[in-house]
Design a protein around this ligand. Structure first.
Ligand code: NAG
Length: 226
């Protein structure tokens, strides 16, 4: 009995402690402090609001500008930007055919005024010479404007290991057109992954240069290091 009475007597001091802790949480001890705290908190809330709205508008704009890119998120964009940095010093060649009156079999000649070469050189008016060894994607597109009476239409990409090396076929592509005599065009396109050493040379060889079309962009040759 005495014990329970004592505890109920000891109870009253507890409420003040509670109210004191409440005072610390809400109205701060001094008025000056509470005002600056309130200003600070308001500032944080307003800043947060601005950042959220700004971020939302930014995302919304991106969404409307590149709808296809949005789902790819950060992973792909990071890949792309790092890829760009790498490709800036990678070897490549994009060749534009040079109009020529050449007849018979031979290599296509390229127009150096319009072709693009990076760490690849051009030799003997027909060969692309490799300076950086590595794996390359090699492609060609040759458009023919006439039938060759003797052979199927074919474009052949040839490789020689060096200036004095023997030429060998890397790839070839064929196409056809009917012999009705009406003006026609036909294109042979090809692409291949080729491992190349420094000094290797590549060219596009045709059985008959007088059947090539020189229409803009119709006949081209290129390589790029992967
Ligand atoms: C090349 O093609 C032209 C036009 O079709 C033809 O007249 C000529 O005989 C061909 N030349 C050779 C060497 O096959």
């Amino acid at each position: 009995m005495i014990n329970t009475y004592q505890t109920s007597v000891a109870a009253p001091p507890v409420p003040p402690r509670l109210s004191r802790s409440q005072q610390v949480l809400f109205p701060a001890p001094s008025q000056g402090h509470s005002k600056s705290l309130l200003r600070f908190l308001t500032g944080v809330v307003v800043l947060h609001l601005f950042l959220s709205v700004g971020g939302f508008i930014y995302l919304k704009q991106n969404d409307t500008m590149h709808p296809s890119q949005l789902p790819s998120a950060e992973g792909k964009t990071a890949h792309r930007s790092s890829g760009k940095q790498e490709t800036s010093n990678k070897a490549l060649a994009r060749m534009v055919v040079k109009k020529s009156d050449q007849k018979g079999a031979g290599y296509l000649e390229w127009d150096m005024g319009h072709s693009v070469l990076k760490s690849v050189s051009y030799s003997h008016k027909m060969w692309l010479t490799i300076e950086q060894p590595g794996d390359y994607y090699v492609y060609s597109r040759v458009t023919f404007s006439k039938l060759d009476p003797k052979r199927p239409l074919v474009s052949i990409v040839k490789l020689r290991e060096s200036e004095k090396g023997k030429e060998k076929t890397v790839m070839q592509a064929f196409c056809n057109m009917d012999s009705s005599g009406a003006p026609q065009l036909s294109t042979a396109t090809q692409g291949e992954l080729v491992t190349l050493e420094k000094g290797n040379q590549l060219g596009v060889w045709l059985h008959n240069l007088s059947v090539v079309s020189y229409e803009d962009g119709a006949t081209t040759f290129g390589i790029f290091r992967l």
